[in-house]
Ligand binder design. Structure first.
Ligand code: CAA
Ligand code: FAD
Length: 379
């Protein structure tokens, strides 16, 4: 057991920390208020290699490990979870899926620009009637010989308006149930593909969430990912890694809120002494720090398993479940420690509390993580 980061991992973490302070912090309150997508910041993250972090340099990526991905996600999420979710989706759900399961032609055409950060991708599984129950896909893709005809609606798609490359999950043969589901690469601008209005959300308000509508979209046959019928396993497999990203996002939101609460507790005086001298506040900070450390270790363990080619689905679900619940508890306590000041926007913790909530919902709700974990335990 070795708990020390390598020098390279420490440098990557420092680069992400510096970037978050210099580029994400200015304007974060305003972007949240105005629901403004952090476009310039995402472009710069792409130039730093953070949008294709784990992709091989052969395909334009930065060739980093999953541990570094956790470190970067934590640092970015301390400051701006609306930006970090773009990093998570592009790396885990889009780039990873294309690199692991895509054809050579798909990698050349679609993965390279995504990994270089020249464009961003979206992953489209959820539908109005199929969120947790992801096998109940209503979107259809009918085999027409040289192409598929795609029809249906996807809901809640992150990067839905800003993306260029969309991985869309659809039913090609309902009789085969989940064995008749496929994953397709769909390009923005394909005739029949329209983007709905941006959702007005509680948290991660700068992120770009839309419904997508497909009406007789002709998707070339070569845009199907993997063998016929592989789409559901594809989706589940990329979500195993995606959940490490969202767990690390939750970790970052929690540690960002904790750091602000600790600073505030040292500055704010009540009854003649700093808040931090009251034992009730000390105990809150102790609980927050302990839970954050446990969440961090769980994220790093899941990433370590992935880096070492070992099964990691179970560990990633556990990390996502635990870290997201820690994010909710920690941010709520951070607001409490700030008192009335915590309830207004300029102190940041209210935003972190609103942002924390989504980590218990997307990429599988806490209830779904408990289903995945308990099935793993009992099988
Ligand atoms: N890897 C590979 N295959 C897997 C798998 C995995 N991790 N998990 C399940 N499968 C396979 C199973 O082996 C099974 O295949 P076979 O029949 O050939 O054995 C098939 O998938 C169906 O599995 P289940 O019978 O377990 O399916 P289920 O209907 O009971 O539900 C579920 C499984 C885990 C609940 C799944 O539906 C699920 O994960 N739901 C949540 C959906 C989700 O996370 N959505 C996230 C959308 S993306 C997003 O949210 C992005 C964002 O916000 C930023
Ligand atoms: P439902 O599945 O209807 O669940 C409602 C409630 O019931 C939840 O609490 C759930 O845990 C619970 N529940 C459901 N089934 C069970 C059960 N069997 N046992 C116990 N409890 C259960 N999806 C994408 O595909 N791509 C994206 O990029 C994406 N980005 C998103 C961004 C945002 C901001 C949001 C809000 C969502 C995003 N999603 C995305 C969708 C997200 O993954 C789903 O919202 C999520 O999986 C839950 O599905 P649902 O909303 O349909 O809830």
């Amino acid at each position: 057991m070795y708990f020390e980061l390598t020098e390279e991992q420490k440098m990557i973490r420092q680069a992400a920390r510096d970037f978050a302070q210099a580029e994400l912090k200015p304007g974060v309150i305003e972007r949240d208020e105005l629901q403004k997508f952090p476009a310039e910041q995402i472009k710069k993250l792409g130039e730093l290699g953070f949008l294709g972090m784990m992709v091989s340099p052969v395909y334009g990526g930065a060739g980093m490990d999953a541990i570094s991905y956790v470190l970067v996600m934590e640092e970015l999420s301390k400051i701006d979870a609306s930006a970090s979710v773009v990093v998570s989706v592009n790396n885990s759900l889009v780039c990873y899926g294309l690199e692991k399961y895509g054809s050579e032609a798909q990698k050349q055409k679609y993965l390279m620009p995504l990994a270089k950060g020249e464009c961003i991708g979206a992953f489209c599984l959820s539908e109005p009637e199929a969120g947790s129950d992801a096998t109940s896909q209503s979107t259809t893709a009918i085999d027409m010989g040289d192409h598929y005809l795609l029809n249906g609606t996807k809901n809640w798609i992150t990067n839905g308006g800003m993306g260029s490359t969309y991985i869309v999950i659809a039913q090609t043969d309902a009789a085969k149930k989940h064995h008749g589901i496929n994953a397709f690469i769909v390009e923005k601008g394909m005739p029949g593909f329209t983007v709905g209005p941006k959702e007005n959300k509680m948290g991660i308000r700068g992120s770009d969430t839309h419904s997508l509508m497909f009406t007789d979209v002709k998707v070339p046959k070569e845009n199907r990912i993997g063998e016929d019928g592989f789409g559901f396993k594809f989706a589940m497999s990329v979500l195993d890694g995606g959940r490490i990203g969202i767990a690390s996002q939750a970790l970052g939101i929690a540690s960002g809120a904790y750091e602000l609460a600790k600073l505030y507790a040292k500055e704010r005086k009540t009854f003649g002494k700093p808040l931090a001298d009251h034992q009730a506040i000390q105990f809150k900070l102790a609980d927050m720090a302990t839970e954050i450390e446990a969440a961090r270790l769980m994220c790093l363990k899941a990433a370590w398993l992935k880096d070492h080619g070992k099964p990691y689905a179970h560990a990633s679900s556990m990390a996502k479940l635990y870290a997201s619940e820690v994010a909710m508890r920690t941010t709520t306590e951070a607001v409490q420690i700030h008192g009335g000041y915590g309830y207004v926007k300029e102190y940041h913790v209210e935003r972190l509390m609103r942002d924390a909530k989504i980590t218990q919902i997307y990429e599988g709700t806490s209830e779904i993580q408990r289903i995945v974990i308990s099935r793993g335990l009992l099988k």
